[in-house]
Design a protein around this ligand. Structure first.
Ligand code: DAH
Length: 340
């Protein structure tokens, strides 16, 4: 009996050691400890022994069973451990790999200009206002002393959109930011000191004109704001914006219905590639009494200036960009140059 037990134990230990995985190990276990396993058969045969031999044989079988179960357990743990190690090795993340890299977005150069303009005017006490791009005829033209059928309306070729205002007039895409003068002034008390940047639209398209473009409107109204203030504020703005006082500014007489007198603002750099060339940079003027009245204010008491400048134009001059269309083509080679 003992010889047979020794044989079973060593056979069991050998097959457990060789079992490559858990299913195989459990099959091997059945061969020894299962219902018809060799050790189980021996246990069953105990009944045939006479009682004196039975006790000793029982103890021997149990000792063999304990050995086999111990070996089985050890191998189970070993197999589980190997599986874990294999999985860990396979799922390892190599933290020394370089990152995949993400494309960094950039602020569009015209938006960057808008932010600079806002910063500069905010620093001298101007409010920043925003308003609708779909505008009524009254705000875009009439309130700005540009009555229906007035020839000055033809200065701005207009996009009309479906829908009409309370007067039954067609709605339009604002052709300039100037209606924001009226919108803001009618909802604020003087002193009124505001800029209103934003998108504007005209039926226009070539290397220097886009059907959509950006302007910034400026308005300063109080009891004693003169053309001299306009000159000071605007000259200072240009020097700050272009980060140089090496530039000249001139106010050339012009015509706008909403200002009297009106001026075209020109500037010239005193150094750099554009040195000495006069560049048109803004419309401006002293706000017309009719417009002041449309603000809901008394033109005998309130006076001030307004200006309207193109943000694309400012951007082109600051960065030396020759073609306006580059701003709208979404060419990454162009846009990435503004990534800093
Ligand atoms: N709105 C004018 C345009 O788009 C620009 C302008 C001229 C605005 C004179 C003003 C101004 O505020 O005073 O051409």
């Amino acid at each position: 009996m003992q010889a047979e037990l020794d044989r079973i134990v060593s056979e069991a230990l050998a097959s457990f050691t060789q079992a490559p995985d858990a299913p195989r190990l459990e099959q091997d276990k059945a061969r020894f400890l299962g219902k018809t396993g060799s050790l189980t058969e021996l246990l069953k045969s105990l009944g045939k022994l006479d009682p004196s031999a039975r006790k000793e044989a029982g103890a021997a079988i149990n000792a063999a069973k304990a050995l086999i179960e111990g070996a089985l357990d050890a191998r189970r743990r070993a197999i589980a451990d190997e599986a874990l190690q294999a999985r860990l090795a396979q799922e390892t993340i190599d933290v020394t790999l370089p990152g995949r890299g993400r494309g960094r977005g950039t602020v569009h150069p015209v938006v960057r200009t808008q932010q600079r303009v806002e910063d500069i005017f905010r620093s001298i006490g101007f409010d920043i206002a925003d308003g609708p791009e779909i505008e009524t005829d009254w705000y875009n033209f009439t309130a700005l002393n540009n009555p229906e059928n007035h020839p000055a309306r033809s200065m701005q070729d207009t996009f009309y959109v479906d829908g009409q205002d309370a007067e039954g007039k067609p709605l339009l895409l604002r052709t300039h930011t100037s209606p924001m003068q009226v919108r803001y002034a009618r909802t604020h008390r003087p002193p009124i000191k505001v800029i209103a940047p934003g998108r504007t639209y005209r039926v226009d398209s070539d290397a220097t004109h886009s059907p959509m473009f950006n302007q910034v409107e400026g308005l300063w109204i109080d009891e004693d704001i003169s053309f001299a203030h306009l000159k000071g504020v605007y000259t200072n703005f240009l020097q700050t914006f272009f980060e140089t006082d090496q530039l000249k500014v001139r106010f050339r007489p012009s015509y706008f219905p909403f200002t009297e007198p009106s001026a075209e603002v020109d500037m010239a750099f005193e150094s750099g590639p554009l040195k000495g060339r006069w560049l048109e940079i803004s419309g401006a003027g002293q706000v017309h009494p009719t417009v002041i009245r449309n603000f809901g204010l008394d033109p005998e008491r309130y006076i001030g200036f307004a200006f309207g400048s193109g943000l694309e134009r400012l951007t082109m001059l600051r960065y030396g960009i020759a073609d306006l269309r580059l701003f709208f083509e979404n060419d990454l080679r162009f846009l990435q140059q503004f990534q800093y």
